[in-house]
Write a protein that binds this ligand. Structure first.
Ligand code: PPE
Length: 308
């Protein structure tokens, strides 16, 4: 990770090296945290954060599902994000807000522990690589099942839930694949380890329904809206692994991964197809402010550091 100048921590900008947490922090022991991943893109009008408000609202929703109250509201975190972007001065970055139960008492109950709130930022290349975005990645259906709705609420982007993703991606990488696809206990396609999944068959786009154990991805929502605007039909429904094998196209979407084609699933070749590439290009045009149609999703950064 490339270290930048500042990290926003509990209301102030601190030097990168000083953003420390005590080893007794509750979140470290029990995975009791919620987080977000947001991208800020370089545009002709300067750095712009993509769907910042939607990400910060999801952070609040995730916290609510963990009975956690983040001491900062959406508007305060919005200004904090802008302050941080200005302080670190990069045209593009990934933003990682995280709120977790901090240091105080141990024991699974969160008790009187404070909630620490942090926003980091750093430059993050495409999650599955630039080559992966161009030529497609090789995915494997994981033997690990996605956490069910009555195990941990999958709607929450909670830190602890990512053990599930970690096991799946570890298994896939060890077996020589680039990424894992997790199924639900019932056998329906859920998420990648850090992405939502789409497929195309006979010109129609399919993606798992929100009630499947998926993260309600903001890129998923973005891609659905862009695809419909381009005249494609999008159907949200249960998908089984055979559907992926027989698909004309399969791709993954996420803030970090953007739109990444999948060229094979479990060694069944699907190839990189035209609808995926069309949506990938439309997504890049949208996030980089080249499409008027979706300009309301971009929040242009304030240029000067606060107080300067
Ligand atoms: N499913 C999962 C499990 C997931 O982690 C992500 C984001 C998505 C779907 C897509 O959500 P969205 O970013 O709102 O479109 N994964 C984050 C990276 C996780 C990581 O730190 O690694 C991301 O893309 O920022």
């Amino acid at each position: 990770m490339r270290e930048l100048e500042k990290i926003w921590m509990n209301g102030e900008l601190v030097d990168w090296g000083d953003a420390r947490v005590h080893v007794g922090a509750h979140g470290l022991h029990y995975g009791t945290g919620v987080f977000e991943g947001i991208r800020c893109y370089e545009t002709a009008k300067g750095p712009a954060v993509f769907r910042l408000g939607d990400h910060l609202q999801r952070l609040q929703n995730s916290a609510r599902l963990l009975y956690m109250e983040i001491p900062y509201g959406v508007e305060e975190l919005r200004s904090a994000a802008h302050e941080l972007i200005a302080a670190n001065g990069l045209p593009e970055c990934y933003l990682r807000p995280i709120a977790f139960y901090g240091y105080g008492e141990l024991g699974v109950h969160t008790g009187s522990n404070p909630v620490d709130t942090v926003i980091m930022s750093w430059p993050w290349a495409p999650y599955l690589g630039e080559e992966g975005q161009k030529s497609g990645i090789r995915a494997m259906v994981s033997s690990w099942k996605r956490v069910g709705p009555n195990t941990i609420p999958h709607v929450a982007k909670a830190t602890g839930i990512y053990l599930n993703s970690m096991l799946a991606v570890h298994e896939a990488n060890r077996a020589g694949y680039d990424e894992a696809i997790l199924l639900t206990d019932e056998g329906y396609v859920a998420d990648g380890s850090g992405e939502n999944v789409f497929m195309v068959r006979d010109g129609v786009l399919y993606t798992p329904d929100l009630a499947t154990s998926i993260l309600p991805g903001i890129t998923r929502d973005t891609v659905i809206q862009i695809a419909q605007d381009l005249g494609h039909r999008v159907v949200e429904k249960n998908i089984i692994r055979a559907d992926l094998y027989l698909a004309d196209e399969v791709f993954m979407v996420g803030t970090a991964a953007e739109v990444t084609p999948i060229r094979s699933v479990d060694d069944q070749e699907v190839g990189v197809g035209p609808i995926t590439l069309e949506l990938q290009q439309a997504y890049w045009d949208t996030v980089r402010g080249r499409s008027e149609r979706w300009s309301q999703w971009l929040e242009y950064a304030t240029r000067a550091p606060a107080g300067a």
